[in-house]
Design a protein around this ligand. Sequence first.
Ligand code: TYD
Length: 133
Amino acid sequence: MKYSIINIKTIEAEQCGRISFFEGLHDLPFEIKRIYYISGVPEGKMRGFHAHKTLQQLLFCPYGEIEIILDSGEDREHIILNRPDQGILLTSGLWREMLWKKSDSVLCVAASDFYDPEDYIRDYDRFLAFRKS
Ligand code: TYD
């Protein structure tokens, strides 16, 4: 399974919250070309159900709790994102499903490329064939 959990640099201010930050190429193995975030999802709902052919991404959840289910075609792993100082670095070719464990949790993504619908694999059988090829 090609992913890693990374610590996002975070500085705490006494009784005044914290600030977290990362930079493309310095803290991630790619230049950041796109940021997007998913909000307003009710508890218990799932999104995702796709893989990317080439896209690399950092997923993080600065507010709330989201379960990320990663599938390599052989193994499935479940990772909880619920800390502003933690992220999952995903290489391409992994099927992902995201479960909102708490309403209004925000999933943020820093991506290595611009939006390209051709980079998506949205059919699980096609994903398995892609993994074998
Ligand atoms: P999608 O990636 O399928 O979201 P999820 O995996 O969470 O269900 O995107 C949902 C819609 O948003 C889809 O119509 C494509 C569009 N979209 C963009 O236009 N640009 C983007 O950068 C992203 C991430 C999605």
